[in-house]
Design a protein around this ligand. Structure first.
Ligand SMILES: *[C@@H]1O[C@H](CO)[C@@H](O)[C@H](O)[C@H]1NC(C)=O
Ligand SMILES: *[C@@H]1O[C@H](CO)[C@@H](O)[C@H](O)[C@H]1NC(C)=O
Ligand SMILES: *[C@H]1O[C@H](CO)[C@@H](O)[C@H](O)[C@H]1NC(C)=O
Length: 361
């Protein structure tokens, strides 16, 4: 009985917090790569996939370079903001989990790690220093959090809490970069299927731990990144990378639909960032962009040959650029993506429901 009472009190506490913060979901768990990383890799001393130095963060409060691969906020932050949060929840490594989950202000965790992928080899370097946190390990970290939630809220409380929480995942680009640039002899369809199988394994792991609301972001037209245009003699996008991105979307669409037929209480939004981004590249003026090829910050051709380091070129009108650095969107572009995912009614951009409907579902 005492247990039931504790649960009731905890639930009431959650309801109060929920209202006071105006948040649409009790917590958000974010997994994936640099498109969602808010500082995970700062905790990996030997990592080469870091962004905790200027000019990154130049538009963040106090111009702070937080580890986000952006001039300001990233898409994960901006989606969280649309759902009533200040920005993304903090990185897993920055928290004492056993303590954090007990606080009434607990709102989720960000596990995303720049450079990571669905495959454990993706983003790793030859050195024995840890470079990235692969998705498999991010899931293990979540499993650890799940154990701490169980200890705090009990099984029923945890199940209820997690079933209403949002799981936002953005991953796959780095696996495709790795495949393409290694000149692998594995046939394309076979490679994409391997990624689909890995994704299925990880989504099932999350479902088994109680996740039910998924916001999934597919792979954007990565052949159009400044870092990839340099491999095209005419400066166009690299078609083959874009084909892989489209194939990945088709695989994801089939996979997530299949899972939703197995788990009747599962809800999801699948964001087609390929369509969203190509639409901007083809019609920049429509979205008030002036530059969709060259990065705002970097060096070399299209500012796509080196990272956004303190001595890199830096554009002055950052809001006119689609790309912040050689791989990543500006805050303005991320905001456009987040608003589209959250509120668009166009199925080619987000389906079968948008993120605002997902939050409310
Ligand atoms: C892949 O092929 C390209 C073009 O032939 C070459 O420049 C590049 O070094 C190769 N990459 C690897 C990892 O072998
Ligand atoms: C390079 O870009 C052009 C468009 O400007 C495109 O027609 C061509 O197929 C691209 N080449 C490669 C190798 O992707
Ligand atoms: C998605 O979001 C908005 C609310 O932000 C809603 O009004 C709209 O109807 C939704 N789109 C669809 C598919 O109906």
């Amino acid at each position: 009985m005492a247990k039931g009472l504790v649960f009731l009190v905890l639930s009431l506490a959650l309801v109060v917090v929920f209202h006071s913060a105006n948040a649409q979901v009790p917590s958000i768990f974010i997994l994936g790569d640099s498109t969602a990383d808010v500082g995970t890799n700062n905790f990996l001393p030997g990592s080469t996939a870091r962004a905790d130095f200027p000019h990154n963060g130049i538009d963040f409060p106090n111009k702070r370079p937080t580890g986000r691969f952006s001039n300001g906020l990233n898409s994960a932050d901006l989606l969280a903001k649309l759902m009533g949060y200040k920005r993304s929840p903090p990185p897993f490594f920055s928290l004492n989990i056993a303590y954090a989950v007990k606080k009434s202000s607990f709102r989720g965790i960000n596990f995303a790690s720049g450079g990571s992928g669905l495959l454990d080899v993706t983003g790793q370097t030859m050195s024995n220093q840890r470079n990235v946190v692969p998705l498999s390990e991010q899931i293990q970290q979540f499993s650890n959090v799940h154990g701490k939630l169980m200890a705090t809220m009990g099984p029923a409380g945890t199940e209820n809490f997690l079933s209403k929480s949002l799981f936002f995942i953005s991953i796959g680009s780095n696996d495709i970069f790795g495949y393409y640039h290694s000149n692998s002899t594995i046939p394309k369809q076979e490679f994409i299927s391997t990624l689909g199988l890995a994704y299925e394994k990880y989504l099932r792991a999350l479902l088994n731990l109680g996740a039910r609301k998924f916001g999934i972001i597919s792979v954007p037209p990565i052949g159009c990144c400044p870092s990839q245009r340099i491999y095209n003699a005419t400066g166009g996008c690299l078609d083959e990378l874009n084909e892989h991105a489209r194939a990945f979307y088709v695989t994801m669409e089939t996979l997530i639909y299949k899972l939703s037929t197995e788990y009747k209480d599962m809800k999801y939004s699948l964001g087609n960032t390929y369509e969203m981004t190509i639409n901007v590249i083809d019609n920049p003026a429509l979205f008030n962009f002036k530059e969709v090829k060259t990065a705002c910050c970097g060096g070399g051709k299209f500012n796509g040959e080196s990272f956004c380091e303190p001595n890199a070129n830096l554009c002055s009108k950052r809001h006119q650029y689609l790309f912040w650095d050689l791989f990543h969107p500006t805050q303005t572009a991320s905001k456009l993506a987040a608003v589209t995912l959250y509120s668009s009614g166009e199925q080619r951009f987000v389906s079968p429901i948008n993120f605002s409907q997902l939050a409310a579902a």
